[in-house]
Design a protein around this ligand. Structure first.
Ligand code: HSE
Length: 437
């Protein structure tokens, strides 16, 4: 007879429902792996009358989270409510009650993870968060365990399924931004507040956690430079293709001699790179280790069953550690807590990348010469150029340039000079380019 482990769910929406379904569908296989029968005994839901994607027949439903965090029979609490409060207080209370906690709440881990991990350690329990990053992809395990022999040099990922879905549909079907966003919401990919997806905040939360896992530093969310996809236009998607690139919304973390870069922004990626071909809701994280080289992890970044796959993997992991002493638990960020080291921040102005530029200019002799002279005077090389006749913003020509690698603040000051030319008719569009090599 297998021993039973009781689970309490805080939240029974898309991921909560998926978790119940996956546990039920794969119960035997999961028990064969972890040695326990896993039973979801209680679930807390705000709206008791809402239709569920899972059966609730064998669950005790409650609208009071205290029924779960104070239930002495529940050993593992799974927080799937999202948001800061009451999620944070409930997690702290569950940890204080000696319960292991699993959370998919990337915002909470990114902004309060240092405090929450410390609370888990002092209560001698585990706080697991695989489902917080890149949906079903086991990227926490990969960084924390699989790549533990390496010094991680950099990582770059498509880590927001909604954003990737929107960019892919805009490129392939010419769909309007708002229509695709609505579709993503209906499919359960988008955050409760979709500005988190489209303005890059969700990706920034995930990148912050990935950077800490990669470089062994405390979580520093406020240092992540964040730009979303809301300003990416169909025009730029098309011109990027013509130049042999795709525009992807990337999170990039890189360790340099000066410190650590953490940035989230639309990025031109050469079409031939695997990452450029990660489409729809799929996520992928490319990790460069100094021993293994480049490795890539690919899979669905959102959705009920995919995210539940990661939640249940955390349940299995905790079950496997139930009978060992707490000082043998794996450190949450993979580095011993006392070995976490803060590293200097490399601000976005100091980051060196190539750029895609789209300049709105008048079509008259000498315009191109003036632009190239400014770039040359600032030591910025031009790798490729396109010129398009188009009526936009009062301009009659769009000049599209790919620059060589340049420190961002130098590029910004060169662009200010270009924008002040009489022949320039609108603000420049600039998008960073990554070769990912
Ligand atoms: N809104 C998130 C996304 C869900 O689209 O990736 C998974 O974290």
């Amino acid at each position: 007879m297998l021993k039973v482990v009781k689970i309490g769910l805080l939240g029974l929406g898309t991921v909560g429902g998926g978790t119940v379904n996956v546990l039920e569908r794969n119960s035997q296989e999961i028990s064969r792996r972890c040695g326990y029968q896993i039973v979801v005994s209680k679930a807390c839901a705000r709206d008791m009358s809402r239709a569920r994607i899972c059966s609730t027949d064998s669950l005790q439903l409650t609208s009071n989270p205290d029924d779960i965090i104070n239930d002495p029979e529940i050993q593992i609490v799974v927080e799937l409510m999202g948001g800061e409060e009451p999620a944070k207080s409930l997690i702290l209370a569950a940890l204080a009650n000696g319960k292991h906690v699993i959370t998919a709440n990337k915002a909470l881990i990114a902004t309060h993870g240092n405090e929450l991990f410390a609370a888990a350690a002092s209560n001698k329990v585990i706080l697991a968060y695989e489902s917080a990053i890149a949906g079903g992809i086991p990227i926490v395990k990969a960084l924390r365990e699989g790549l533990s022999a390496n010094k991680i040099e950099w990582l770059a990922g498509i880590i927001n399924g909604t954003g990737n879905f929107i960019l892919t549909e805009m490129r392939d079907k010419g769909s309007a931004f708002e229509d695709v966003l609505k579709q993503a919401q209906q499919l359960g990919y988008a955050e409760a507040d979709p500005t988190f997806d489209v303005e890059g905040i969700d990706a920034a939360h995930k990148l912050c956690i990935l950077a800490s896992l990669a470089f062994g530093m405390p979580l520093n969310f406020e240092r992540v430079y964040t730009e979303g996809i809301s300003k990416v236009t169909p025009l730029d998607l098309t011109y990027a293709e013509e130049l042999g690139y795709r525009i992807k919304h990337l999170g990039v973390a890189r360790k340099t001699d000066d410190g650590v870069e953490m940035r989230v922004h639309p990025t031109l990626v050469p079409k031939k790179r695997l990452l450029a071909n990660v489409d729809g809701v799929m996520n992928a994280v490319l990790v460069k280790g100094n021993a293994v080289g480049a490795t890539m992890y690919y899979g669905p970044g959102a959705g009920a069953d995919a995210t539940a796959s990661a939640v249940v993997a955390d349940i299995v992991d905790i079950c496997r550690q139930l009978e060992i002493s707490s000082d043998q638990y794996l450190a949450p960020l993979g580095f011993l807590s006392e070995q976490l080291k803060d590293l200097p921040n490399v601000s976005i102005e100091q980051v060196k990348t190539a750029f895609y530029l789209r300049l709105s200019v008048l079509d008259k002799p000498g315009v191109m010469a003036a632009i190239t002279a400014i770039l040359a005077n600032n030591g910025i090389s031009i790798e490729a150029a396109l010129q398009k006749e188009i009526e936009q913003h009062g301009a009659n020509t769009q000049v599209i340039l790919l620059t060589g690698s340049v420190v961002e603040q130098l590029l910004v000051s060169a662009l200010a000079e270009i924008e002040s030319l009489d022949s320039t008719t609108g603000p420049a569009v600039r998008i960073r380019v990554e070769s990912l090599q």
